[in-house]
Design a protein around this ligand. Structure first.
Ligand SMILES: [Mn+2]
Length: 404
């Protein structure tokens, strides 16, 4: 049996306010092609389908269109779990339509599907956290743990009403769940685990929202299900193997979602797996549909030159400009006319300028704010923002009047 492991699509995610749907559409098209060309029997998506719990309709439409093509009306099994960004209820709401096509969507840790027979596979058994499927005569047991937030986890454990169980750390609780789910594995099965977790030692990037503030919801490697032949993880956006001992992989996100992800080639894993044997795991890489570039330049002239040189490339760009003076509006305009989709122009002012004396008393509050904003953000504050600022300073004035 051959499956593909992907995760963290984050459909609807933008880059500092710039929509990335166009790139996401390109990825979905390429992914469908890869799946068809490589004779994939099963698609596993390990969570974070969307970027927010309330995704835009366009993102939902893209997801439905894509998974429906992947499932090919019951020809191929598609299994999806929720991640920390997804609303489990909403993600799984499409189940009545999805189930007909052989698409399994599991929102909560205890979610399960229904037995059913499709063209090329059959769901032979389904219960909380475990799905058994027959694909081309091979029996596949999947143990699943959709993103277990602390609350959702306690709900699972709460049902056992055991005080001792409640005292355990997050990782221990996860470990116990996996150990009991592993009891569903039998030697003649293909054994796969699917989850959305932050494993200790995994390398993170800027685009993952922390699973919890303070980062206490970490899972130790020893608490991963060691009997699984492959552990398909979601959450971290850099593709990586997180255990020496186990085949525990993060497929990473399909797109570079923050500028610190520029160094990683994005892809998925294609896994050839049969019972009792070590699987063969091969990465497959996606195109970089619209690269993120960070340009570090000395002086505005160099920045303008870079814009000129790159004007025909479809890229997102960040500029860090070493300068000893404020970058003028006309220079910013010139840059933006040459090169589209500049995300940020950040002047790095030499220390000499920082210590220069500016007589603030000669300027109005509004002038100072405008200068500061332009200086720090690389663009002039918009009308709305100015209105808000004026509101705030006038309110400040009012309060002062009252107290005085
Ligand atoms: Mn994610």
């Amino acid at each position: 049996m051959r499956f593909i492991h992907t995760s963290d699509w984050h459909l609807g995610k933008s880059l500092e306010g710039h929509s990335r749907l166009e790139e996401q559409e390109k990825f979905c098209e390429e992914f469908i092609e890869i799946v068809n060309e490589n004779n994939i029997d099963m698609v596993i998506i390990s969570g974070d389908i969307y970027d927010t719990s309330n995704p835009p309709a366009q993102a939902e439409k893209l997801f439905y269109k894509t998974v429906s093509k992947l499932a090919d009306n019951g020809n191929r099994c598609v299994l999806i779990i929720s991640g920390n960004h997804d609303n489990p209820e909403r993600l799984a709401a499409v189940t009545p339509l999805a189930h007909e096509q052989g698409i399994i969507i599991l929102g909560y840790p205890l979610s399960f599907t229904q037995e059913a027979k499709y063209k090329n596979f059959e769901i032979i058994e389904s219960k909380e956290g475990c799905t058994k499927i027959n694909i081309k005569g091979e029996k596949v047991t999947l143990i699943t743990l959709p993103y277990p937030s602390e609350r959702r986890l306690n709900e699972v454990i709460g049902s056992s009403d055991n005080d001792e169980e409640r005292q355990k750390t997050y990782s221990e609780k996860i470990g116990n769940i996996f150990r009991s789910l592993e009891e569903n594995f039998s030697e003649d099965d293909i054994k796969i685990c699917v989850s959305h977790l932050f494993v200790v030692g995994g390398e993170s990037t800027d685009s993952e929202r922390p699973i919890q503030l303070g980062g206490s919801l970490l899972v130790d490697k020893k608490d991963l299900p060691s009997k699984a032949q492959y552990i398909a993880l979601g959450h971290l956006h850099k593709p990586q193997k997180v255990s020496q001992r186990l085949n525990a992989y993060y497929s990473g996100s399909p797109l570079q979602y923050s500028k610190d992800e520029r160094a990683y080639t994005k892809g998925a894993y294609i896994v050839d797996i049969s019972a009792k044997e070590n699987p063969t795991i091969n990465p497959i890489y996606f195109k970089n549909y619209k690269p993120i570039e960070v340009f570090k330049c000395i002086g505005i002239e160099e920045a303008i030159k870079i814009c000129e040189e790159n004007k025909n490339r479809d890229i997102w760009s960040y500029f860090e400009i070493n300068t000893d003076e404020v970058i003028s509006q006309s220079d910013i305009k010139k840059m933006k006319e040459l090169l589209k989709d500049i995300i940020e122009i950040r002047p790095i002012i030499s220390s000499e300028y920082e210590h220069q004396n500016v007589d603030i008393k000669e300027k109005s509050m509004v002038e100072l704010f405008k200068e500061f904003y332009t200086f720090s953000r690389g663009l002039e504050p918009k009308g709305e923002l100015m209105d808000l600022f004026l509101d705030i300073i006038s309110e400040e004035g009012d309060t002062q009047d009252e107290t005085n």
